[in-house]
Write a protein that binds this ligand. Structure first.
Ligand code: FAD
Ligand code: NDP
Length: 529
């Protein structure tokens, strides 16, 4: 009775107030019986304990965990082809058109640099005669992705998660419908999980959809991208520009406002300066106006700066990296009564529970949560444990570490300097910083001018660390361990009393001793240790 009451409140108002109560009720629901707790329209009994819409990072993690806890689970996954017809298999964005192909192409670009470095280390190569084959790289990357798609399918079968290759749409709050090769299917469940992720946005300018591509297309592009303009200076824009330049293509980035908005701006500007040194061009405060095909099949791009001055150039590829939109509309989400944020169609779901208590959401579809694979996976797993394993552990979205895989990587955990000042006041913040010299850079005489790190901390007592920022090789590997330390309330005192591993780049964090406030030179004192 209480549950029925909850649901009525959701439909007729009082949504926020009722949420936590209903969450507790569901937590206690037994998975022994799949009786619908709402005396639902589809009848008293539901076919599944959990139906997951979206077989990406978050959806698959939740589905596998729920099945391991004894739940009967189905996952629907479907990919709508891009405007130029690119499509892919099971596993979602990260595996097919995100983290994995991006990291592989980043690695390909780093190897190009390494070939040049190798000569200085005694390898007898002729780097000037070494050429890169886009086709070979693309085939290798796509081959790896296909194998992951296959392994994912086998894993689902072994774990007894039912996989349905179909686009899910809500028919009502208790029923999802989908068209499969075998015909229409209707699925009822005790709980639903929306894990549909997002897809790249296109700007509303002439020629964008006809001639532009996005990150959904770049990793499987059949011909070399050639001279490329990248629109957008977020994660994806900078990462793509970085590996394209590293593979030998001309790359120009159109920056609408500032690079890497939301990140520490001192670090973001160092990343841009490093990329400029590597040959990436940046057009600041510019937005695209049009894309037209030229007679010889190339692309004429016009853009405008904030003074309304127009510029143009000819490119082979136009890559839009202007953010992503959540795929909630395609889900007929309004038929389920799930509310979406008016500004970007994402779902605001505290504790991953939507305003409709038996419908949950994880991953990129969530409002104002980090769009990162480990976040989606962790939240999905924890949710499954709460629904089916008696757990009460919520997802902690604070201090999630991340890395921007630009040619010189930028790894970060915690607050930017700006955010720390905004939150605690400048007088209460201490910032330690240092430029450093990676040992590996000496022999090839690689530029060290942007190898920089900083630690943002509270000023009082042992100086609790609020944020750690690192620009350099393997930044993700460096920051990951410090993220765990920050979870354990790392202080500057503890950091300074940690004995480093020499010679590494991560040890630079244990050597910090110069504060910004002191005005002392943060450049390294000696040449080679
Ligand atoms: P997704 O992985 O997007 O999965 C959603 C799935 O649901 C998709 O397969 C989609 O086709 C399917 N779907 C959608 N609607 C329906 C429907 N109605 N019915 C059935 N199926 C549906 N994160 C990192 O942590 N590190 C990185 O280095 C990194 N690099 C990235 C690089 C790029 C180029 C991009 C685009 C993203 C990157 N990300 C990275 C972000 C990461 O990929 C996402 O955060 C993650 O994939 C989100 O997982 P998800 O489960 O929310 O959604
Ligand atoms: P972001 O939101 O990070 O960046 C979008 C960029 O496009 C911004 O520079 C924005 O400028 C610009 N932009 C937006 N609209 C327009 C427009 N109409 N015209 C011109 N420029 C525009 O989105 P991304 O697509 O780069 O990445 C999406 C998410 O994917 C990230 O938030 C991240 O979580 C995830 N990701 C993670 C990676 C990793 O972990 N390494 C790698 C890649 C992606 P402005 O600042 O002015 O709004």
């Amino acid at each position: 009775m209480a549950s029925v009451l909850c649901f009525k409140n959701v439909i007729f108002g009082g949504v926020r107030k009722i949420k936590n109560t209903s969450f507790l009720l569901f937590k206690q629901a037994s998975i022994q019986s799949r009786t619908c707790p709402f005396s639902c329209g589809g009848g008293a009994n539901t076919e599944y304990d959990l139906v997951v819409v979206g077989g990406g990072s978050g959806g698959l993690a939740a589905a596998k965990e729920a099945t391991a806890l004894g739940a009967k689970v189905a996952v629907l996954d479907y990919v709508t082809p891009t405007p130029i017809g690119t499509k892919w298999g099971l596993g979602g964005t990260c595996v097919n058109v995100g983290c994995i192909p991006k990291k592989l192409m980043h690695q390909a670009a780093l190897l190009g640099e390494a070939i040049h470095d190798a000569k200085t280390y005694g390898w007898e190569l002729e780097p000037d005669n070494i050429h890169h084959s886009w086709e070979s790289l693309k085939d290798a990357v796509q081959g790896h992705i296909k194998s992951v798609n296959w392994v994912t399918r086998v894993e689902l079968r072994d774990k007894k998660v039912e996989y349905i290759n179909g686009q899910g749409k809500f028919l009502d709050p208790y029923t999802i419908t989908t068209q499969t090769k075998q015909g229409e299917r209707r699925l009822t469940a005790k709980y639903f999980l929306i894990a549909v992720g997002g897809r790249p946005r296109y700007p509303d300018i002439p020629g964008a959809l006809e001639y532009g591509i996005t990150s959904d297309d770049i990793f499987s592009l059949s011909k070399p991208p050639g001279k490329t303009v990248i629109v957008g200076a977020g994660y994806i824009g900078l990462e793509c520009a970085g590996f394209l330049r590293g593979l030998g293509y001309e790359a120009t980035v159109l920056v609408r406002s500032i690079p890497l908005r939301g990140f520490d701006q001192q670090m973001a500007n160092l990343i841009v300066a490093e990329m400029e040194d590597k040959g990436v061009k940046f057009e600041h405060r510019c937005i695209p106006k049009s894309v037209q095909k030229t007679d010889d099949g190339r692309l004429h791009v016009v853009w405008q700066n904030d003074k309304k001055e127009e510029f143009s150039d000819i490119f082979d590829t136009v890559l839009f990296a202007i953010g992503r939109r959540a795929l909630t509309k395609e889900l007929d989400i309004e038929k389920a009564g799930v509310e979406v944020a008016p500004d970007n169609e994402k779902i605001d779901a505290p504790n991953e529970q939507t305003n409709v208590p038996h419908i949950f959401a994880v991953g990129d579809v969530l409002y104002k949560k980090p769009e990162l694979t480990p976040v989606a996976i962790h939240a999905g797993r924890l949710l499954a444990r709460r629904l089916f394993g008696g757990s009460t552990t919520p997802m902690d979205y604070e201090n999630v570490a991340t890395t921007v895989f630009t040619p010189l990587e930028y790894g970060v955990v915690g607050l930017s300097e700006e955010k720390a000042i905004e939150r605690y006041g400048e007088d209460n913040i201490e910032v330690y910083h240092a430029y450093y010299k990676p040992t590996e850079f000496f022999i090839p005489q690689k530029s060290i001018v942007h190898c920089y790190l900083k630690v943002v901390a509270l000023r009082e007592g042992d100086q609790k660390v609020l944020g750690m920022h690192f620009i350099g090789p393997q930044a993700g590997e460096v920051i990951q361990g410090f993220a765990a330390a920050m979870k354990c309330n790392l202080t500057v005192t503890a950091l300074m009393s940690t004995v480093g591993i020499h010679p590494t780049i991560a040890e630079e964090f244990t050597r910090i001793n110069i504060t910004k406030r002191s005005g002392k030179d943060p450049n390294p004192a000696s040449c080679c240790s």
